[in-house]
Design a protein around this ligand. Structure first.
Ligand code: PLP
Length: 384
């Protein structure tokens, strides 16, 4: 018997603010809603769509894999994982690093932090003001946003420091209990702020001298988004652990960490049920095929520069930041509703960040013609 006071309908736990739009199909840089209205996607589903929606090679590879096997556990051989690690090693410039696969960005960082602590036998982590590293236990503890940390998350030993201030890092390392420094080479959620190349280089040296691991969180900035495979390549550093996720599967959930050969693996040290499953690997391999075959790093670099140039001539813009197709546009305060206007009046998706920053994170395949459509709409809405 159903108790009348009991809820009989389902429903979702209400944690997201949703636009009144439901994408039903997508192709390249475009999505269509239920009324068949077409939208230009300069948000890439939050930097996730790397090679473009429903890319034919990606779809073919996924379908082929579905017909064979979609999942078996990590207790058996899986040659797709090896193929993925080899392709990734060669494209990312880390042939001597090994790969651990998981399912999301937070999970990648969680494993990175755990591994650093295992390796150094220390537990304090240095992170930076305004950083975002995810919402699970350790990942949210190193995220500089108390409003998304529960009391359960605040038990970790974490010190937040100002970014690009090497003196404060030196001071914090004096206690000798630091396992790792975690940094986004370009902060995403904060509003697209780059760590200076010199600062990253100094962090690398300090880490090496203090038995501290350097973790580069490339969850948002990696996989070609900035015009280089990883954003830290702009600073010519080699972090000890590199975490990645968003663009890796072009929408299929997969994450991972690349791990320096100086860190020794021990059986059972890390593990996951779903990480590295057959379908996820097929998606990730297809993504790398397309990134390489279609020269998407070069496209991201060139079209990104084109977009930044065009934006810097637009009115309403205070500052344009970022590299490649990871762009932050700080708007004058009177344009606080610009993203909404672009979405509902011009049918263009963009991302947001605090302090009136618009984040542009389109598929890496976006063309200059598509950027021109956006710039025309941007000018129209800011000149009204
Ligand atoms: N790290 C960075 C830099 C991110 O931008 C994000 C997500 O926005 C994460 C980690 C968390 O990734 P996920 O949402 O896949 O857990």
């Amino acid at each position: 018997m159903i108790n009348k006071n009991q809820k009989t309908k389902g429903g979702l736990f209400d944690v997201y603010s949703l636009w009144e739009i439901e994408p039903m199909k997508a192709k390249g840089c475009w999505v269509w809603d239920a009324d068949n209205t077409k939208y230009l996607d300069l948000y890439g589903g939050h930097a996730v769509i790397s090679i473009g929606h429903t890319h034919p090679h990606y779809i073919a590879k996924l379908k082929e894999q579905i017909d064979k096997i979609v999942f078996y556990s990590n207790s058996v051989q899986n040659s797709l994982q090896i193929e993925l690690s080899e392709k990734l090693a060669s494209l990312s410039g880390y042939p001597d690093y090994s790969l651990f696969l998981c399912n999301s960005g937070a999970e990648a960082n969680e494993n990175a932090l755990k591994l650093a602590s295992f390796h150094t036998s220390k537990k304090r982590i240095l992170a930076f003001n305004d950083a975002f590293h995810g919402r699970t236990s350790g990942a949210v503890a190193v995220t500089d946003n108390p409003s998304i940390q529960s009391p359960f998350n605040t038990g970790h030993e974490v010190t937040f420091l100002p970014i690009n201030d090497i003196a404060s890092v030196k001071e914090a390392l004096k206690t000798d209990d630091v396992a790792a420094i975690i940094i986004e080479p370009i902060q995403g959620v904060a509003g697209i702020f780059s760590a200076e190349a010199e600062f990253l280089q100094q962090l690398e040296t300090l880490c090496n001298n203090h038995n501290v691991l350097l973790i580069a969180d490339e969850v948002q900035s990696g996989y070609g988004r900035t015009g280089k495979f990883f954003a830290h390549h702009y600073a010519n550093i080699r972090p000890d652990i590199i975490s990645m996720a968003k663009g890796m599967g072009n929408g299929f959930p997969i994450g991972g960490i690349l791990i320096s050969p100086k860190i020794e693996a021990k059986k059972g040290m890390l593990g996951t049920t779903f990480g590295g499953n057959h379908l996820a690997c097929a998606a990730a391999i297809a993504v790398l095929d397309v990134i390489e075959g279609e020269n998407l790093l070069i496209n991201a670099f060139e079209v990104g520069n084109y977009l930044k140039d065009k934006l810097s001539d637009c009115s309403g813009v205070k500052e344009v930041r970022g590299e490649g197709l990871m762009i932050g546009v700080e708007l004058e305060s009177k344009y606080a509703d610009l993203r909404k206007k672009l979405l509902f009046e011009e049918h263009i998706f963009t991302g947001g960040a605090k302090n009136n920053v618009m984040r542009l994170l389109p598929p890496l395949s976006v063309s200059k013609t598509e950027i021109d459509i956006f710039i025309d709409a941007f000018k129209k809405q800011t000149q009204q």
